[in-house]
Design a protein around this ligand. Structure first.
Ligand code: SF4
Ligand code: SF4
Length: 84
């Protein structure tokens, strides 16, 4: 898991974060950062610890860890998490 996280952070360093996750066509759920209020409710709900802060007090979903359970989308008060 550590190596996968290192790969994700390397991707963040090489690309704008927003571009990096939007370009991942296999991801079923994404966080729309413009609608996210950084409440962290989704972070607490995710059984896979797949949601992390991206350094700008916004959150992103790590697609390699996400099992597409949809729990985060169910609890987001802003409806900022959408299936793709
Ligand atoms: S629950 Fe929604 S508003 Fe709160 S941090 Fe997650 S995506 Fe952002
Ligand atoms: S869909 Fe499920 S596994 Fe994926 S980020 Fe949301 S709560 Fe976590």
């Amino acid at each position: 898991m550590l190596n996968r996280l290192k790969g994700v952070f390397k991707s963040f360093q090489q690309h704008n974060v927003k571009i990096a996750y939007q370009a991942d066509a296999t991801m079923a759920y994404i966080i729309r950062t413009e609608e996210c209020t950084s409440c962290a409710t989704c972070v607490q709900e995710c059984p896979m610890d797949a949601i992390i802060e991206n350094g700008k007090e916004k959150y992103i979903i790590i697609s390699d860890l996400c099992t597409d359970c949809g729990s985060c989308a169910d609890v987001c008060p802003e409806e900022a998490i959408r299936g793709s």
